[in-house]
Write a protein that binds this ligand. Structure first.
Ligand SMILES: [Zn+2]
Ligand SMILES: [Zn+2]
Length: 148
């Protein structure tokens, strides 16, 4: 989950920073954050592209992570995903159809009751976890170069 948080800092939308990490057989196979189509403007630079109060410019983190698997040929069947925010309905449907079997998330975010119903139907394990901010203080930002 800490990896998902770190990649969420790459988000290019001002409204929300979301990160997702796909894991299969205990191995990270993809990561994603919410951002625009490659080559298009970033919300950070041009402002959000709002339609009915929603930013429609960005591809959600979960979708970017699964699309990375599609693009580079990594199977998602039986994989699990770590995502910083509870997936929206569209992403939930996409994750189910991609064969994701477990969703681990950090923050509740407009949890959709129909998404929850589908997750129950497909027996997908959904678990909310916490991250100890102390972990960040243990990262070796100022580690001296090791002697060889
Ligand atoms: Zn935006
Ligand atoms: Zn979504």
């Amino acid at each position: 989950m800490l990896q998902a948080l770190v990649i969420s800092t790459r988000s290019t939308c001002n409204r929300l920073s979301v990160g997702a990490i796909v894991v299969r057989d205990r191995r990270i196979i993809a990561g994603g954050y919410n951002g625009s189509v490659s080559g298009d403007d970033h919300c950070l630079d041009q402002g959000c592209y709002l339609v009915d109060g929603h930013c429609v410019r960005t591809i959600h983190a979960e979708m970017n992570a699964v699309l990375q698997c599609a693009k580079f040929g990594e199977a998602t069947d039986g994989a699990e995903i770590y995502v910083t925010d509870f997936p929206c309905l569209q992403c939930t449907k996409m994750l189910l159809q991609a064969g994701i079997t477990k969703i681990t998330y950090l923050r509740n975010y407009h949890n959709d009751p129909y998404a929850q119903k589908l997750l129950d139907l497909k027996h997908v394990a959904v678990q909310q976890v916490t991250v100890d901010p102390q972990l960040l203080t243990q990262l070796p930002f100022d580690q001296p170069k090791a002697e060889r």
